[in-house]
Design a protein around this ligand. Structure first.
Ligand code: ATP
Length: 317
């Protein structure tokens, strides 16, 4: 009993850790499909994603625990093919948006819960999230997750070959397609220089890749999956500035034509977003393009000035 309990408990800890940090959601859901927070409504159909795929949050309230509301009446939309970046202090609720979009949790009382009494009770609130006009509570979770590619902060690689790790985005992809994705993510040259090339083992028991290289593997995986929606959870750990600029360019490349949510920790990466949302205490306190927000001389403009000063003093060191 003890022996059974420890590994299950351990998996639970890892699951919570990964869910919390949005580390590698897709991998986690395959491994632990049984631990579901939300359930499909009986007879739920797949999300339809032909044509333009926009994302809308409408009056979304959310609380992980009933006594502590996190998001309050939050509305925004990402037009099909555009990029919305979210900035704000730690704990303001940025990652929660991504968790809700990926349907880790449901807002409001989902049709699944009212129809299925075995489903776990949800802390939650009101409002809805629509993808291509469809409430994500009313369609199958798996189809929502197929429609979304995530480049997490910290990519967890499988103890397998590098080809396997990239192909995970689309298992039926040919070797040529895997290589094409690796080239686009600028990781092909590194792979080609390894004695075993794409057959090189990576992960804990194989070749150790740097944070930037792992993120490139995640970008290649996402390019291969080619979903209509992308979530980029920007790494908080600083890459060197050249690496950061390169990764940023690759991310912009991957995001071209896709409906993209960027959770940004550095303002330099949001300048080109179609819209920037500034969050504080679970609310959007400002929104606009970089220029609009600078001209508004509000919180974003203050954050920008602070960051510019910090960068200047770093340069003078
Ligand atoms: P950071 O920039 O540090 O990643 P964030 O803006 O992404 O922060 P969130 O992770 O969305 O913030 O968290 C918003 C709030 O929700 C925080 O106060 C956090 O403590 C709380 N929170 C997050 N996950 C849970 C959870 N599973 N259970 C309870 N509270 C949570």
């Amino acid at each position: 009993m003890i022996q059974l309990y420890i590994p299950l408990n351990f998996l639970g800890v890892i699951y919570r850790e990964i869910k919390q940090n949005l580390i590698d959601l897709e991998k986690m859901f395959t491994l632990m499909d049984r631990e579901r927070e939300v359930a499909d409504a009986p007879g739920a159909e797949d999300l339809r994603t032909h044509g333009p795929v926009d994302v809308r949050f409408e009056h979304v309230d959310f609380a992980y625990e009933p006594a502590r509301p996190i998001l309050h009446d939050l509305s925004f939309s990402i037009p099909a093919g555009k990029t919305v970046a979210v900035v704000g202090p730690s704990g303001s609720g940025k990652s929660t948006l991504a968790r809700l979009l990926y349907r880790f949790y449901d807002v409001g009382v989902s049709p699944a819960q009212s129809a299925n009494t075995n489903a776990p009770a949800q802390p939650g609130g009101h409002g809805r999230i629509l993808i291509a006009g469809q409430d994500i509570r009313g369609v199958t979770q798996s189809s929502v997750r197929r429609a979304i590619g995530i480049v997490p902060q910290d990519t967890v690689l499988f103890n397998d070959t590098i080809a396997y790790n990239i192909r995970y985005g689309r298992p039926e992809a040919t070797d040529a397609q895997v290589e094409q994705a690796a080239r686009a993510a600028h990781i092909h040259e590194l792979i080609a220089s390894l004695p075993k090339g794409y057959a090189s083992m990576v992960g804990e028991r194989g070749l150790k890749l740097s944070g930037g290289e792992k993120q490139r593997v995640a970008i290649a995986r996402t390019l291969l999956k080619d979903p209509p929606i992308l979530i980029f959870d920007e790494a908080t750990s600083a890459l060197d500035s050249r690496n950061e600029r390169d990764i940023q360019a690759e991310i912009q490349n991957a995001a071209r034509g896709k409906t993209t949510l960027v959770i940004a920790h550095r303002l330099s990466t949001v300048v080109d977003a179609h819209q920037i949302l500034v969050m504080e205490h679970g609310q959007i306190i400002e929104r606009g393009t970089h220029m609009e927000l600078l001209l508004a001389r509000g919180r974003y403009a203050d954050m920008w000035a602070l960051q510019q000063n910090a960068e200047r003093s770093e340069e003078n060191l």
